[in-house]
Design a protein around this ligand. Structure first.
Ligand SMILES: O=C(O)CCC(=O)C(=O)O
Length: 287
């Protein structure tokens, strides 16, 4: 049974030793079309979400006719939708997997849907999330608590349509310096650290409903979509409740970091009422 698959493995050790793992079939397959519909709804009504003060979207092509082609990232609204919350964030299997790494009290913060429509670029350069999060440089400590950085596929993700690529064991570099090169994030060239991208990078190909989890210091990247197939996934970070205070301290003033409690004493929680955006309200505002 899948439940045992979650319990039987020491996922925390995988993260600390190898720097990542893929867990297949986290989401219920029947939920995938429902999730896709909700993402489309959010994309179609992104302006309304923005009016409601929870917009945090990044556009690639403001004039695109298909709303899924407009954005390269739909952030905060992902965590204001009850269906997405129940099916992706607080479902018992997601909670079980996250508990195995962060234990019984944790939150979700930031993150969003990364959209790669067919034949559209949207490269995410090589980076460590610890740099993107402005975490202080620290030597790699095998006992340090890790964040739970994740990417859940809702389309099949392949090398051709721009799946995540990752360098196993690169978390052992510790937090390294990044530079801004005009891309969406500060970045780093793994070749400057002795890696050969052809040999060392792994393309994390995934089926809808699979989850990729990586260490905050693992180098990762996603390439352009050179295929006719769309690639959408939800990326985000779960963190233990005990880590919230220092995370807040290193990102002061970032109003988009909503530390939403997902699990308390091992029990999954509902989306906090004040975060719930009712789709009927969105539709009423749109009409
Ligand atoms: O989805 C993508 O293409 C990039 C995601 C990513 O690099 C991240 O979440 O850190």
């Amino acid at each position: 049974m899948k439940r045992d698959e979650i319990r039987d493995k020491n996922w925390n050790r995988e993260l600390l030793e190898k720097g990542y793992f893929i867990f297949h079939g986290l989401l219920n397959r029947d939920d995938i079309p429902i999730i896709k519909e909700r993402v489309r709804f959010i994309a179609e009504h992104a302006d309304i979400y923005e009016q409601l003060g929870i917009g945090h979207v990044k556009e690639d092509r403001p004039n695109a006719r298909n709303p899924l082609h407009r954005f390269y990232r739909l952030n905060s609204p992902a965590y204001h939708n009850e269906t997405l919350w129940k099916k992706m964030i607080s479902n018992p299997r997601t909670v079980g997997l996250v508990r195995s790494v962060l234990q019984d009290d944790f939150c979700v913060n930031a993150g969003g849907f990364f959209l790669k429509p067919p034949r559209h670029g949207s490269i995410t350069p090589w980076h460590q999330d610890s740099a993107a999060w402005n975490m202080p440089p620290a030597p790699y400590d095998p006992n340090e608590p890790v964040m739970f950085d994740f990417w859940i596929a809702i389309d099949r993700a392949t090398k051709e349509n721009g799946c995540l690529q990752l360098i196993p064991f690169s978390q052992k570099l510790g937090r390294i310096a990044h530079q801004r090169q005009g891309n969406k994030l500060t970045e780093v060239d793994p070749r400057d650290h002795g890696y050969n991208l052809e040999q060392d990078a792994v393309a994390c190909e995934m089926e809808p409903g699979d989850i990729l989890v990586w260490h905050q210091n693992a180098l990762h990247y996603s390439g352009p979509n050179r295929s006719d197939k769309q690639r959408i996934g939800l990326a985000g970070t779960f963190i233990a409740k005990r880590d919230v205070p220092w995370m807040r301290a290193i990102r002061p003033g970032n109003k988009y970091l909503d530390y939403l409690p997902v699990c308390e004493n091992g029990h999954p929680l509902d989306l906090p009422k004040e975060f719930l955006i009712d789709e009927d309200q969105v539709l009423a505002m749109a009409s």
